[in-house]
Design a binder for this molecule. Structure first.
Ligand SMILES: [Zn+2]
Length: 112
């Protein structure tokens, strides 16, 4: 995938995890993540609990190693990079936040 795509995937994971963790967990800590991908390097700080922190680090690692130039939806991928248990936890986070973040965006649009 391109550097831009990689960065936007990281942003999406960041937003989804932050939302989920804030609603479901306590004891968040600020974590700094450093990325190097092709010619791109950047850092981002994310406030998450221990559990989410472990899972998001795992997701970032998998993302870096994704062999696809154009990343397919993980569900349709013929060589999925997540192990079953991690995939289950991740899809829980994504489903939860997808609904809520979409709603908030729509509500913002209506009222802006
Ligand atoms: Zn959490």
């Amino acid at each position: 995938m391109t550097e831009e795509k990689f960065q936007s995937e990281v942003d999406t994971l960041n937003r989804f995890f932050t939302k989920y963790c804030k609603d479901k967990h306590t004891n968040q800590k600020n974590n700094l993540y450093k990325f190097k991908y092709k010619n791109l390097s950047f850092e981002t700080s994310i406030s998450l609990c221990e559990e989410c922190n472990t899972l998001i680090s795992y997701s970032f690692d998998r993302l870096k190693e994704c062999p696809h130039e154009i990343k397919p939806r993980c569900r349709n991928c013929e060589n999925p990079c997540y192990e079953k248990t991690q995939w289950k936890s991740l899809s829980k986070v994504m489903r939860y936040s997808a609904i809520r973040l979409n709603l908030t965006n729509r509500i913002k649009k209506i009222f802006s």
